[in-house]
Design a binder for this molecule. Structure first.
Ligand code: MN
Length: 499
């Protein structure tokens, strides 16, 4: 496990494997940077590092785009995720999942408070009248955005009034003016639950927004750990060493020591103190049109590193970080929960290409021998675990397959779904489950109640066939004798092929 302790160490690792594109040509923070990031997703091009940003030439400030996107490199498609989580650049999806589940079995490690003089995030401090959110080259990302989004890949750190629960999460935030942001805070998410506790005391909620943090932090911020659990402790267990933090200047909260930019302050808790937020495109992949008044983040201090680097995600159609980072962390938590319940599950994976609308669950091939129940009943048990908890909030559809399918390969998933799910009775429905509201197919009632029907597509075969009659994929490996396979592979280039 190689624990990268800063965004800069992460950038160095990307450089080494040729998955970073430094851009020295002047680029405009107004839409051009967002468009470059989007095009880089579409091409799976190296992550752009913008070194020369219009209106900010003299500041030395930079932007890293697509920090957790996919790479076009064949054996290293997941390298940005893998390196961020301390794994080798060529780690597979399954290996990433197993590492994340394994961290659950280890003792949680709280962060270590270090001396502020050793923390790069304190190199520069703005306080009082000096505070200016426009100091940084925050991009106008999409053509239809309601404003400049400073927070797309940072971490929001808040604590309950009694101090017993510190929560680390990622939620978008838009600049309102020099010293205010407007914030998306869904009431069912931990950030919203903790804000409600402050609201009950009529006190604004202290908050730290840390941008450009060490690369694993946004991942754990996207992980649906249970209420009351501090995400930084899980990350400590994952790396086998604590995160290093320092005290914030104006609020009683921890700050990751190597953060590039830290925004401190308080979130409003009354309906009298709101500011317009949105629209901003989101991960289902459609242009957004919704703007509404949202809670206000009043900034009381800003600290930052010299030549600070702001990471930026241009959310939208797959595959971007909402799919890779959020999808992977959710799937890992779901896999852990299913295994804890004793179900014979090999792995889980969100098909990024489905914009995370398809969660794929692979049952062990011998599930039927192990459980002696009908596949519908297994699906029912799985749905009850996945859909009812926090982990299932953003999971509308599950494809349940056996583990002969590589569930990280969308081609195999599509083949299994289309050929194995029965058209008339292959679905198991779960009505009125807690539901995220971003899915475009929802009706107004489902959207306002946060409740909608969910489905499991049953693609299991083991209870429908005897072992002898089980359908076998007519693949290269299964359809020809070994000596013929070997001969063909050996002679492939002699046939005239170059790939
Ligand atoms: Mn949490």
């Amino acid at each position: 496990m190689k624990h990268l302790r800063s965004l800069r160490e992460f950038i160095e690792e990307l450089k080494k494997i040729d998955d970073l594109q430094p851009i020295d040509l002047e680029v405009d923070w107004n839409l051009e940077i967002g468009a470059i990031i989007r095009h880089s997703y579409d091409l799976r091009a190296p992550a752009p590092l913008f070194n020369n940003i219009k209106d900010y030439e003299k500041t030395g400030f930079r932007i890293l785009g697509a920090p957790g996107a996919l790479s076009a490199q064949k054996e290293r498609q997941l390298c940005r995720m893998a390196l961020a989580l301390g794994l080798p650049a060529n780690a597979s999806g399954q290996q990433i999942m197993e590492a994340l589940v394994a961290a659950h079995e280890r003792k949680p490690l709280p962060p270590k408070m270090i001396d502020a003089s050793k923390a790069p995030c304190k190199e520069n401090i703005q306080i009082g009248d000096e505070i200016d959110l426009f100091s940084f080259p925050t991009p106008m990302i999409h053509g239809n955005d309601g404003g400049r989004y400073l927070q797309t890949y940072g971490i929001n750190i808040v604590a309950t009034p009694d101090g017993n629960w510190t929560n680390w999460s990622v939620n978008r935030m838009m600049i309102v003016d020099n010293s205010r942001l407007s914030c998306l805070i869904p009431p069912l998410q931990h950030l919203g639950i903790i804000r409600a506790k402050w609201a009950a005391l009529h006190k604004p909620m202290p908050i730290v927004l840390a941008l450009g943090v060490e690369p694993a932090i946004p991942f754990v911020g996207a992980m649906p750990l249970p209420e009351g659990v501090d995400e930084s402790h899980y990350l400590g267990a994952h790396f086998g060493e604590p995160l290093e933090v320092v005290k914030a200047e104006t609020v009683d909260l921890p700050v990751p020591a190597t953060a590039e930019i830290v925004i401190e302050g308080h979130i409003s808790v009354t309906d009298q103190d709101l500011a317009m937020e949105g629209p901003m495109n989101e991960y289902p992949g459609y242009n957004a049109h919704d703007a509404s008044p949202k809670p206000v983040f009043h900034v009381s201090a800003i600290t930052y590193r010299n030549n600070a680097i702001l990471p930026v995600v241009a959310a939208g159609p797959p595959v971007e970080e909402d799919h890779t980072a959020t999808g992977t962390m959710h799937a890992a938590e779901i896999l852990y929960n299913l295994r804890q319940a004793g179900l014979p599950v090999s792995s889980c994976w969100f098909s990024f290409e489905s914009a995370n609308h398809w969660l794929i669950i692979a049952a062990k091939s011998n599930w039927h021998e192990q459980l002696a129940i009908h596949s519908k009943d297994l699906a029912q048990k799985i749905g009850e675990i996945v859909f009812t908890g926090k982990t299932g909030f953003g999971v509308p559809k599950i494809l349940l397959v056996e583990d002969d399918i590589d569930i990280t390969d969308i081609n195999q998933v599509v083949w299994a779904f289309s050929t194995r799910a029965h058209p008339s009775h292959g679905e198991i429905y779960f009505p009125a489950e807690p539901n995220a509201i971003l899915f475009v197919y929802l009706d107004p009632t489902e959207r306002s109640t946060y409740k909608a029907t969910k489905v499991i597509h049953n693609c299991l075969l083991a209870d429908r066939f005897s072992k002898e009659e089980m359908p076998v994929k007519g693949s290269f490996e299964n359809g020809w004798p070994l000596d013929i396979q070997q001969k063909v592979l050996r002679q492939w280039e002699r046939y005239g092929y170059h790939t």
